[in-house]
Design a protein around this ligand. Structure first.
Ligand SMILES: Nc1ncnc2c1ncn2[C@@H]1O[C@H](COP(=O)(O)OP(=O)(O)OP(=O)(O)O)[C@@H](O)[C@H]1O
Ligand SMILES: [Mg+2]
Length: 229
């Protein structure tokens, strides 16, 4: 089972007078079977942090280790393989391919990664849980924002990744749907031993967290439920 650690990560965008220091000496660890929640307001650096954790962005300084090996100790090919096999992204922009039906979004995953994906039954369970089973023949453009968000969640889970990184997974959803997503993420941690990391400003997720953190102006600190509510 995969775990990862972030050590002294700084992220600076731009140079000279346009320089913005977005992450300050961020340290963080996530283990299997835990749901870690990072709460923070808009612009505090949450998406930047998640991009760095997932190896999509190389930080200005500091390291991210996945299973004991940092991204810069791996070749590009190894990094790509790690992302494909072990990391599920639920991104803020849903990144569904507009010219593929919902069913074909999953078939595309099969093409890129032919093995180790959820069984047909397990995928059907996920689709049922998320309430999107009847949308398989629709194109993303025919779906509401909340439906697209749930399809994106299902697609991220389909490769059965050991690490799940979710950026505002409930932004477009009403409270009833939020409860369903929260339970799903919690089950993935507890029953399926995934390391789940969610960044959000949605206070409705606080109760589900095993570990709670706060991101403020690029500083990450441990938090307690009372503070974040
Ligand atoms: N590629 C970039 N170049 C320059 N600045 C950037 C870049 N990406 C992010 N930033 C800046 O970094 C800061 C943090 O952005 P980030 O997207 O990580 O925040 P966030 O906490 O995810 O916000 P939100 O809740 O609105 O999604 C912002 O001030 C943003 O303008
Ligand atoms: Mg963001």
């Amino acid at each position: 089972m995969s775990s990862f650690s972030v050590k002294n990560v700084n992220q600076i965008f731009g140079t000279g007078t346009a320089e913005v220091h977005v992450l300050h000496d961020v340290n963080f660890e996530a283990e299997p079977s835990t749901l870690s929640l990072i709460m923070g307001p808009s612009g505090s650096g949450k998406s930047t942090f998640l991009s760095i954790v997932g190896g999509l962005l190389t930080p200005t300084s500091g390291t991210v280790e996945v299973n004991g090996l940092s991204y810069n100790e791996r070749s590009k090919k190894e990094r790509d393989a790690l992302r494909l096999d072990s990391i599920g992204f639920v991104l803020q922009a849903y990144h569904l391919l507009p010219y593929l039906t919902v069913a074909d979004q999953f078939k595309l995953v099969d093409k890129i990664k032919p093995q180790g994906n959820l069984s047909r039954e397990a995928l059907t369970d996920v689709l049922e849980t998320l309430g999107i089973k009847d949308l398989l023949n629709k194109y993303p453009g025919e779906l509401s924002g909340g439906q697209q968000q749930r399809v994106a969640i299902a697609r991220a889970l389909y490769p059965d990744p050991a690490i799940i990184l979710a950026d505002e997974p409930t932004a477009a959803l009403d409270s009833a749907r939020v409860a369903i997503i929260v339970k799903l993420l919690k089950d993935l941690a507890v029953k399926h031993h995934k390391a789940v990391v969610v960044v959000t400003h949605d206070g409705r997720l606080v109760d589900s967290a095993d570990r709670l953190y706060e991101m403020k102006d690029g500083y990450l600190t441990k938090s307690t439920p009372e503070v974040s509510r």
